[in-house]
Design a protein around this ligand. Sequence first.
Ligand code: AMP
Length: 641
Amino acid sequence: MTTSPENIPTGFDTLGLAQPLLKALADVGYETPSPIQAECIPILLAGHDLLGEAQTGTGKTAAFALPLLQKIDLKRAVPQALILTPTRELAIQVAEALQKYAHHMPGFHVLPIYGGQSMVVQLRALSRGTHVIVGTPGRVMDHLERKSLVLNNLQTLVLDEADEMLRMGFIDDVKWILEHTPAERQTALFSATMPDVIRRVAHQHLREPREVKIRSATSTVVTTSQSYCQTHTGQKLEALTRILEVEDDFDAAIIFVRTKTATVELADKLEARGYSVAALNGDLTQGLREQVIERLKAGTIDIVVATDVAARGLDVARVSHVINYDVPYDTEAYVHRIGRTGRAGRTGRAILFLAPREMYMLKLIERATKQKITALTMPTPGEVANRRVAQFTQQIVDIIKTEKLDFFFDVVRRMEGEQDIAAREIAAALAWLATRERPLQMPGANDHAPRDLAAIPNAVAVPRSGSPGTQSEPAPSFVRDTERKPARASTKPPESHPDAEPRRERPVKEGRSDTPVKQRSFADGATMQRYRIEIGRNQGVLPKEIVGAIANEAGIAGKDIGQINLFEDYSSVELPANLSDDLMDILRRIRVRQFALKTRVMEPGEFVDTRPPRRAPPARDSKKPDWKKPAGAKPEWKKRT
Ligand code: AMP
């Protein structure tokens, strides 16, 4: 390991960001600024205009959001920054990011406004006051024309994904907005590409902008064999464990994630599945970091989950695999990462996980590495099961070769005689016993079983012969919960493995039921309440799947299911208020795409949106302008992670 404190890049604290923002970044576990952040933040903090060429995934949101937040005067509830985005989804996503980075800025409020949402709702929300608006051009223009949005105090204007706005035909609206905002504002324009029209807009409306471009061509020829796997965020863990099980020539792996928090979380989850694994991140002292590397070299651990910074320069010959669990910021980072395998003349293998919206990275990486990246065929349950049987067989063969078994021959012979059972039956029972925690049988393990991840239950590591995994928690079984012994089924997993929890609950079928569910009736015009469910965009869920599951499993008619808002890892859904305990119990356990909804009533102030509460709007406290909290709400904004 050549990483030393000297060559670890400087963190966010050297960029000039204020304490509340640094604290929020520490909360979300960002270790180091991405290249675009390192370049843009000082420029924007110094008050310059900026023209940034950057794609989604480079960290551009934080690059403009952090400097913008630093300039917000919390005492004045007027729009001080406006961010234009091409789509409603991006507007919500950016608003969520701002809320996250402003976690230690009490009373901060951001409002997403977009077409398709009721005008009345937006007018009411705007009249309550806000510090930042994130909106789509058409709707922002409407509000400016109606004077329901006044931008006299605007300091910062951000055009996000400008080429998308152009492609979607918003460019005239954008120009109109630029002409109707104070000339002395600071403007930042981000675009994945820089067509002439965008350059012209920049030339006309930005003042001597500094240009920032993400380097994408490293043009390195690599010898490592590279594959990618397209998967939604919520399915990555399952994909990873299944791939690890069937990969040939696996010796050791480095798995790259983006945040310090993610190194620890993923390492915990893998450990719970029987892998010997450690996290490697910038929070570890040099001594501890070296210890992790030594353990990887010595084979006491097989997997290291690392951030880019912490794994820089890591040189361990036995690393056969590099897994890009979170996509790198740019091709240069990718090339650095995969350079951790294929060392000392050995062959290496690199696997890249990509969410559908990150697929554009594929072409960039192929260009940079001058090599085709092949699509990885997801192993079927049958293939995983066959691999497990082969590994188990190898373990038995090895034991027969190496261990003294005379005493056990006697035990078996006695069993045969006393119990009148055949040796074959005894062997089968012993195989069952030996693999109880890591079963060889998997539901759907036949040749025609789908490769679809949603059809596969949790993967559990089968220790590779010679390197038994540590088992810190009884591994989740491949056998259906209903087939399990009650004692195991009721085992509560530790809090630190939240993903393991739903699988131990009584399974509820997804969105359908064999026996018709009793339809419940609610009075027309019943008071509605917003509920939180633990599945969101990252899990690839569609609103109709949520409606289908709730209607079919809980018997709540479609007419009684109100607005659904998808967020990154959760969603909100409007349902009748004060549901019975029984119904809440069902709603908690309903599964959509294998995720238990864990439905609960949302707390006041938990929802970032413009919709008015169904009760009377909260009275504003003149001393503390915290208009987001209805009267009687808890004084603290409850952060969800
Ligand atoms: P963006 O390009 O802004 O859409 O960001 C892509 C993803 O990278 C988001 O999930 C961010 O939370 C994450 N991210 C942004 N900056 C950092 C950072 N410095 N360290 C780790 N993750 C980051």
